[in-house]
Design a protein around this ligand. Structure first.
Ligand code: HEM
Length: 120
């Protein structure tokens, strides 16, 4: 149940990020709307909050928890890249956007495999 919520928040957070990136290109004025400024923070807080509750619910800290640390570190990188994407223009913006998407894919694969080094 909580995992389903966690997965739902991931989807909503992704939609809100990609949606804001699209708006920044086609209609940046809309990004000034209060709801579009606040909603992403609420979604991201719910996403991270549900992740933390899942950690305790599943007693994941009593075993090998390197994958959780990896998720958190790459999540910080994802947030930083997201902020950079929204503040920049041109090639830098799109390189950061692709890097942010790569972070999400990495976090997702680590969540499923529980292995931060799944690629070696
Ligand atoms: C963008 C951020 C995140 C993404 C894309 C993500 C992705 C996922 C996915 C795909 C699963 C399902 C894994 C499975 O069923 O095999 C999952 C579960 C889980 N996530 Fe996240 N997650 C994120 C953030 C977090 C954070 C911040 C935490 C905690 C610090 C966290 C902790 C967990 C835990 C403990 C599970 C349950 C694992 C299980 O029961 O197998 N997640 N996450």
């Amino acid at each position: 149940m909580l995992k389903t919520l966690h997965l739902t928040f991931i989807l909503l957070s992704l939609i809100s990020f990609v949606g804001r990136v699209i708006l920044s290109e086609v209609n940046p004025e809309l990004l000034k709307l209060k709801v579009l400024k606040i909603a992403p923070h609420i979604l991201n807080a719910l996403l991270i909050g549900s992740g933390f509750v899942l950690v305790f619910q599943g007693d994941w800290l009593s075993g090998d928890f390197g994958w959780i640390i990896a998720k958190l570190l790459v999540l910080i990188a994802y947030i930083g890249l997201g902020l950079f994407v929204m503040k920049s223009q041109g090639t830098k913006k799109w390189v950061a956007f692709i890097a942010a998407m790569a972070c999400i894919v990495y976090i997702g694969i680590v969540a499923v495999t529980k292995n931060p080094w799944f690629f070696i």
